[in-house]
Design a protein around this ligand. Structure first.
Ligand code: CDP
Ligand code: CDP
Length: 233
């Protein structure tokens, strides 16, 4: 029918969205969109260009002019001179995440990144994770998830993840930063973090990654078996 299925995964910081999205996309053989990475890359480009965190018009221009390329694990970001360097590790740092959540509150920045995000939708399907995938970017998605876990657990997970990548971090500071970021994301006027009305909630506090993957695959199988545009009938 030309319909391209999308599974959206939204939720707070370090709830496991990216890990789950990557696994589900791999099992289904689908494409993946890490939308947070686009906000982080815009934030990093703005920091490098010395654009102020409150200059909405200039930030939107940075977002619209973003020159990003993905090459396996590498994320290549080109500067004004066209020279690109691998920023994958830098993008993961919490100061970049904090700047991302500041600039993500601006409607003009979000609008500038919308077309780029929609472009990831391709056959045979897309798994997209972020904050507004189910509510704003892919509101017609046939399966929407909202992932949660306790703040303590999320801070611990992110801490472990950063340390394992050789990025130093202090657990208490990290937790405070994550909570401030979530608070900002939940309370902004444009595209706030919240479950879509038809989203399924998944609290993975006590679940292994594989358990979560199996749950999502089971929900997707249910969707396709019920018939409709994504059914096999
Ligand atoms: O994308 P998001 O910020 O929501 O989270 P993530 O980067 O996918 O996950 C944060 C960390 O939590 C990763 O190191 C995951 O391996 C870990 N995680 C976990 O330990 N148990 C889960 N059930 C889910 C994720
Ligand atoms: O991985 P983590 O959950 O720490 O963050 P992320 O998904 O990389 O997103 C970084 C920041 O970008 C978030 O705190 C949000 O403010 C913003 N973001 C957004 O506003 N909308 C999205 N769809 C994705 C991220």
């Amino acid at each position: 029918t030309g319909e391209i299925p999308v599974i959206t995964i939204d939720g707070p910081t370090a709830s496991g969205k990216g890990t789950l999205a990557a696994q589900v996309a791999a099992r289904l053989g689908w494409h993946q969109l890490d939308s947070g990475l686009l906000y982080r890359a815009t934030a990093l480009a703005a920091l490098r260009q010395g654009v102020a965190a409150d200059d909405e018009a200039a930030l939107a221009r940075v977002a619209a002019g973003l020159k990003l390329r993905f090459d396996g694990e590498r994320v290549l970001l080109a500067g004004a001179d066209g020279q690109a360097d691998d920023v994958a590790a830098e993008l993961r740092q919490e100061h970049v995440g904090s700047m991302a959540s500041r600039i993500a509150a601006f409607g003009a920045v979000r609008a500038a990144l919308e077309a780029l995000q929609l472009g990831f939708r391709a056959l045979p399907g897309l798994v997209a994770d972020g904050r507004d995938m189910g509510t704003v970017i892919f509101p017609q998605a046939p399966l929407k998830l909202f992932l949660t876990a306790s703040a303590a657990m999320r801070a611990e997970r992110r801490h472990k993840q950063l340390i394992s990548k050789g990025i130093s971090a202090n657990l208490a500071d990290l937790r405070a930063d994550l909570e401030a970021r979530d608070e900002r994301d939940r309370n902004r006027a444009v595209a706030p973090l919240k479950p879509a009305q038809d989203a399924l909630l998944l609290d993975n506090s006590g679940l292994s990654i594989e358990d979560s993957v199996q749950q999502v695959l089971a929900w997707w199988a249910e969707r396709t078996q019920k018939g409709g545009p994504f059914g096999q009938a």
